[in-house]
Design a protein around this ligand. Sequence first.
Ligand SMILES: [Zn+2]
Length: 185
Amino acid sequence: MAIQRRALVLNQNYEPLNVCSVRRAFVLVYRGKAEVLEQGDEPIAGADDTHFPTPSVIRLSHFVRRPHPRPRLTRREVFARDGERCQYCGQRGGQLTIDHVLPKHRGGKHEWENLVTACRSCNHRKGGRTPEEARMDLLSEPRRPSTHPSVMYAPYLTRYGEWRPFLLGWSRDQDLGELGLAAGA
Ligand SMILES: [Zn+2]
């Protein structure tokens, strides 16, 4: 049913802001607060056999200021970033733990770049050592996960292909320019 569908909400400067229900998108458009850029393939049936196009991508008529989304640093998010995989031996699933690459007692910080997913036995084996000291290589270098819309909303793309150009086309430079914070300013 069309009402179960989701719509992509773009800021007035075309920055992807969030995902909402089609019902909410419809209300925003109806009240003149947004315009429809792309329609979904199933129209919404109204009274008297009328059909309304389903908004799939809408653009707000006013610019909304909001801070950039920051990924939350939680165990679950670290596991998700690492694909639920021990970053030392590659084992997937099981009892996963968080390992501080540079151990805490040696000044290792609790931040994306110093936290990796480790299985219990690798974590135990590594102990209070660095990967070099323990001769345990990391599968990949830990990084802060991307908050680019094309990454954050990637799971929606299989169902809503029409969102693709709006998600992939967005660039942060464009964003910074809009806010008067262009690089170097
Ligand atoms: Zn392991």
